[in-house]
Design a binder for this molecule. Structure first.
Ligand code: PMV
Length: 359
């Protein structure tokens, strides 16, 4: 499919008002997306676990307005008006209005809440943008009821991508690939797709405990970070490596080879941060406690036969990943040895989930 396929033919129906509510999860990348071209096209393919508990719930209410010269919307987080969210949504609307021509015809009220604390350092852009994209697709489906479920999800992912790249991996499926990869059938730069191949039972109910090391706002936005990959001395090698890692992951996921999985996932996390540290300007998002945790995990692995490992987002928090059969022992280890490095002792227990839901 190409971009043009997402531009609708004119609608024949008229709609006055309504509302839709969707709940959409966050996701954590195993092979990371870092670097983009114009129009939110990724420089390399990525793959993520969908989370189960970290979600955004968004209710979108709409009523027809008199004129259609501009966007009109208000945003509320936990019932509180949030004008500082408006610029990001305005940019999103501008990018997608060509694909959803009704956007200027309505007054919108966007009411949103997260199941995780807002100031937790957990990015809500993936879950937030995907939930909003789904609500907008529900409106489009009012205009055109012949839209298939498959197209609905694809276009929601396509739109979510234009809000925040990684958001396109938060729609459907436990493992989601975004970005064209030769060996992954159906993969596309335009939207995320469910990982189409066999996945070993070792990855069933895979656990992710998120250690909240630093709950502050990110010092560097991911937009700035992505842009620093333009002209980055290691960029081309990094993009090649991500492609290769995704190829390697196909057999790892099939065979359930956890040792190789660990090596690949941890290397991806550290490479992401290495790209930040070697860009110009350079920056460090890890904190001393991030490193303390990583070292403790390595030591624990050395002393036991645990398959626990870590990954990182564009921040200081640590995602501790482990198989379901180690849930008890690793949680004990986390409580005894890692919680001390979390801000106010805070962490979130999550696991692999299956995608968004209409409420
Ligand atoms: O979706 P963005 O533009 O906020 O980028 C997020 C990038 C990482 O979270 C660092 C990696 C990824 O693939 O999710």
């Amino acid at each position: 499919m190409i971009e043009r396929d997402f531009i609708p033919k004119s609608y024949s129906k008229t709609i006055k008002r309504g509302s839709f509510t969707w709940s959409s999860p966050s996701n954590i990348a195993l092979v990371k997306y870092w670097g983009k071209k114009e129009h939110q096209i990724p420089e390399n393919p990525s793959i993520s676990f969908t989370l189960n508990n970290c979600k955004t719930v968004t209710k979108l209410s709409f009523s027809k307005k008199e004129t259609n010269d501009d966007f009109s919307f208000d945003v509320f987080l936990d019932d509180e008006k949030k004008d500082d969210f408006k610029p990001k949504i305005e940019t999103f609307f501008k990018r997608i209005v060509i694909y959803l021509p009704f956007l200027k015809d309505f007054n919108f009220r966007i009411e949103t809440s997260n199941t995780f604390p807002h100031s937790s350092g957990i990015a809500s852009s993936a879950s937030g943008m995907s939930a909003l994209a789904l609500c907008l697709m529900s409106i489009e489906r009012e205009f055109n009821q012949s839209i298939s479920d498959e197209f609905f999800i694809k276009k929601a992912s396509f739109l979510a991508r234009l809000g925040s790249g990684s958001a396109c991996r938060s729609l459907e499926g436990d493992l989601v690939v975004w970005g064209k990869h030769e060996e992954i059938e159906g993969s596309s730069d335009l939207f995320g797709v469910k990982y189409p191949y066999e996945v070993h039972g070792n990855f069933k109910n895979y656990q992710d405990t998120i250690l909240l090391v630093d709950k502050g706002e990110k010092q560097v936005s991911s937009t700035v970070g992505h842009n620093l990959m333009h002209g980055h001395p290691f960029a081309q090698e990094r993009f090649k490596q991500a492609n290769q890692n995704l190829s390697n992951l196909i057999s790892i996921l099939k065979e359930g080879d956890l040792d190789t999985f660990i090596a690949l996932v941890e290397s991806e996390a550290l490479t992401l941060h290495a790209m930040m540290m070697s860009s110009m300007p350079y920056f460090i998002l890890m904190k001393p406690n991030t490193l303390e945790i990583i070292n403790k995990i390595w030591k624990f692995r050395q002393n036991t036969d645990s398959k626990v490992c870590f990954t990182l987002d564009a921040g200081a928090n640590v995602h501790v990943l482990y198989p379901e059969n180690e849930a008890e022992t690793v949680l004990k280890f986390i409580k005894n040895e890692l919680v001390a490095y979390c801000q106010n002792g805070h962490y979130i227990c999550d696991k692999i989930g299956f995608g968004a839901k209409q409420l």
